[in-house]
Design a binder for this molecule. Sequence first.
Ligand SMILES: [Fe+2]
Length: 265
Amino acid sequence: MNNPTVKLVQVTDCHLQNDPSQLYRNQDVESQLDQLLAHLKSTLPEETLLLLTGDIVHHGGPDAYRRLTAKLASLPFDTAWIPGNHDDADLMQACGERLNRKVIQVRGWCLILLDSTSEPDGRGSGALGQAELAFLTQALDQNSDRYCLIVLHHNPVSVESGWQDPIMLADADQFWRVLEPYSQVQGIICGHVHQEWRWQYKGVDVMSCPASSVQFKKRCDEMTLEDVPALQAPAYRLLELSECGEINSQVKRFNLAEDQNISSV
Ligand SMILES: [Fe+2]
């Protein structure tokens, strides 16, 4: 049956190490991701598009990307990814054109995938930069007859945090200025913050997704790991894009011990 709804799943901030046995902030992030992907494979329809939204590896080298591309090849999902501040964009580009698509047209929608890792400040910040903003303008001009969802790593909206706001999207003002004339932009998804948010900002549905690795506690002045057990689990975000431009979305948190969702928000 031809279902007009576009189904997406967002997985973000995996922070894979080059050596899979090495922990990230005391967590076995490799095995967490393996379990999460196996769960997605067994629960989501094959037509789901998987989006990996940056910090895929944590200062990792080619081995981490090689392992991940092998895992992705075993899934039924079409997949695309973007880099985060911890990624190596050149190594990602070397993994093939399909994973690195920047525009995906699907039914009445256009997904625009952006690289926000320009102008790094060494603390985690990143910007789109003039070339990526020009690309965004061109992509929006060329897809004026489609609803658009923009995908980027860095949050373009404040998360009210003393340590996270200084490393949000550095050129967020220019980004929002570019979007202003384009009423077809229905949603924006990002990673980076390792926590869940959903805002209506300047008329756009903006969503962040918790990580598949570890979560950060909201509204803190310095980096603080999440301490609420129900919010510590690896997570992902489901999205359904309707043919009339609506976005239905929810975050799922994955219980590693029981191999099931423990909550949805
Ligand atoms: Fe991250």
